[in-house]
Design a protein around this ligand. Structure first.
Ligand SMILES: C[S@@+](CC[C@H](N)C(=O)[O-])C[C@H]1O[C@@H](n2cnc3c(N)ncnc32)[C@H](O)[C@@H]1O
Length: 260
């Protein structure tokens, strides 16, 4: 009983703080980018390993993340006229490798992109323990994600993954930059599998204060908005799948897009 009361008090406090974080002036794009860069390069922060999806950070969930994503990818890919090729797979924001261990065994080359060197190392270790793919780690700066395009190679990828990442990007504009990068590195007909946190009927909007406190809901999209945005950035949206709640969070929309 006491535990329930404590739990409820904590939830109420969190909601109050979240509500406060949603009011006030919007921070500039550069300021949020700087806060994001500061957060990801501070691994001593207590929730960091969990937020980076290291195996030790989400015990009991890590294996399931990649397995569930691969199963959903295969399910959604059935709407495509031709099955996707897996020659080169790129993952934007690979974290501790939960998706890499599931997708890389199908690929010849796996390009793991992240803003944290230690996460690239962690991802590499798990991926190479799972398979002998050609593993290419690529460190990008939060400020300059476009620098990745020439290193990955234009039109060089068959599959582009971005999972549990869009929600923590600094803004919808920044997420649009990642869509453009995805389009640039994918070969025509290549497939992007992108997970987005969606705005539901309770109308929650993205917080305006403190990246570190709200990183998992920095960038929230109405589903139709992201679908349209994909069309405007050179993709053909093929399917969307909603996960209203899972063990890690809630309001997830998975988009399967082909490079038009
Ligand atoms: C929640 S983890 C997700 C890891 C993995 N995609 C998964 O599903 O398990 C978020 C990852 O995104 C990375 N990240 C944060 N901002 C990024 C950015 N602007 N570009 C690329 N990666 C970023 C973080 O370092 C972290 O590894």
């Amino acid at each position: 009983m006491e535990d329930r009361a404590i739990g409820m008090t904590r939830r109420l406090k969190r909601r109050g703080r979240e509500a406060l974080d949603r009011i006030g002036p919007r921070r500039s794009e550069n300021r949020v980018i700087a806060e994001a860069a500061q957060y990801w390069t501070s691994p001593a922060e207590p929730a960091w390993a969990g937020n980076s999806h290291w195996r030790t950070g989400i015990p009991g969930q890590w294996e399931k993340v990649g397995q569930d994503h691969l199963a959903l990818f295969d399910k959604l890919a059935r709407v495509l006229d031709t099955p996707p090729s897996f020659g080169t797979v790129a993952e934007w924001g690979c974290g501790g490798g939960a998706n890499a261990v599931a997708f890389a065994p199908r690929a010849e080359r796996f390009v793991a992109v992240d803003v944290v060197r230690a996460s690239l190392d962690e991802c590499r270790e798990h991926t190479l323990a799972a398979c002998d793919v050609d593993f290419v780690p690529l460190l990008v700066e939060v400020e300059n994600p476009e620098a990745a395009v020439d290193t990955i190679g234009r039109a060089s990828c068959d599959v582009f993954l971005c999972l549990y990442v869009v929600e923590l990007l600094p803004s919808a504009e920044y997420a649009t930059r990642i869509l453009r990068i995805a389009r640039a590195v994918l070969a025509p007909g290549g497939v992007a599998f992108i997970q987005v946190k969606y705005r539901d009927s309770d109308g929650r909007t993205a917080p305006r204060r403190s990246y570190a406190r709200n990183l998992a809901s920095q960038t929230i999209f109405p589903i139709d908005h992201f679908w349209k945005l994909a069309g405007q950035t050179g993709f053909r949206p093929e399917a969307v799948h909603l996960v209203p709640e899972n063990e890690l969070d809630r309001n997830y929309a998975y988009f399967l897009l082909t490079a038009a």
